[in-house]
Write a protein that binds this ligand. Sequence first.
Ligand SMILES: Cc1ncc(COP(=O)(O)O)c(C=O)c1O
Length: 372
Amino acid sequence: MRIEELATPCYVIDEAKLKENLRILKGVQEETGCKILLAQKAFSCYATYPLIRQYLAGTTASGLYEARLGHEEMGGETHVFAPAYRPEDMKELTAICDHIIFNSISQLNKYRQMCRGVSVGLRINPECSTQEGHAIYDPCAPGSRLGVTRANFDPACLDIIDGLHFHTLCEQDADDLKRTLDAVEEKFGDCLQKVSWLNMGGGHHITRPGYDIELLKSCIRRMQDTYGVTVYLEPGEAVALNAGLLVTEVMDVVENGIQTLVLDASAACHMPDVLEMPYRPPLMDSGLPGEKAYTYRLSSCTCLAGDIIGDYSFDREIRPGDRLYFMDMAIYSMVKNNTFNGMPLPSIAIMREGGECEVIKTFGYEDFKCRL
Ligand SMILES: Cc1ncc(COP(=O)(O)O)c(C=O)c1O
C-alpha cells in the first residue's frame, strides 16, 4: 500500500531513515568500542527490534515492562534504570536484566543481595546543567531527585557497584557532553578508577545533521583511556530521529477570525510533547504563518480548547479530506499517546525502503475500553 492509501490517523515508520540512523550509531560503536543501547522510553515499536538488533548492543528500560519488552523482542544486553523499584518487580528484573542501575544508596542497599549475577550500577548527579530554559528536562536542576550527588555519595558503595551512570542531556551536541564529563571527572574521578563501566545516558542528538561525531568519539575514548571503563550510551531520540510521520486528514475548516483546520490527529492524544515541551512539529510542504499564501491554525477534534498543534501556511487552500504529514513523529509519540475523549489511537505502519507501507497495528474501541 502507498502512504496516500493509509487510513488516518497513522504513524508511519520510515525504515530507510531508521537504517541511516542505525548505521551512524553502529559506526560510533565500531570506531570507539563503546556500546549503544536503545532507550525504549523514546521508541518501543518492537516490530523494528530485529532490525535494530543488527546495529545496537541491546536496550535500556525505565522499569519492568520496558525491560521485558527489550528482553523478549530484541535480546542482546538488557539494562534498566528507575528512580525506585518495587520489591515484587525485582525478582523478574534480576532474571532478565544484565545491568540494574539504582538511583540512591538506599535502593542499592535494599536490593543488593538480590542482584547476584547482575552488573549493578549507581546513577550519579554531576550537578552540571547544560540546558537553558528546559528545567523539566534537566536532571541536574537544583533539588533534582535523579542521581546521587557527590555530597550524598558514600565511597563504601564502590565495593558493591560495577558501574556509574549519568543522564543529563536532552537533544544536545557533544560539546555539552564534554562539559559534563569535566564535571563528572571533577566530582567522581576517583570513583571512576574503581568501576568497570560508565553509562553516559541519553540526550545525545548523534544522528542530527551537524552533530559533532568526532568530538563524541574523543569524549568516549577519553573515558575509556583514562579509567579503563566500558562506555555505554543509551540514546532514544537519536535512534529514530526523523524516522516517522503522523498522517492525518482534515475533517473540517472552522472560521472565527482565524481559519482552523480540525484534524483527526490531536496534539493532546497523539503528539503530547507538542503541548508538554512545548514545540511546533515540522509539517511537510508548509511554512511559517504568513510565509505562504494560505495560513491556518491546526487543531483537533478533542474538547480541549488548547489542543492546538500550531499555525502553518500552505501554497494552496486546504479543504476537508486533504491529508497532512507531520514529521519526526516516531519518537516520544506512540509511547506517550492516549485515548482522551475516546479518540482513536493512530494505527502504525512501516514504510519499507521502496516506499511500500505495511500496516502492523490497528486499534479500536476495545483498546479504549480495556484501560478504563
Ligand atoms: C535515563 C535515561 N536514559 C536515556 C534517555 C533517552 O534520552 P533521549 O531520548 O533524549 O536520547 C532518557 C530520557 O529521558 C533517560 O531519562
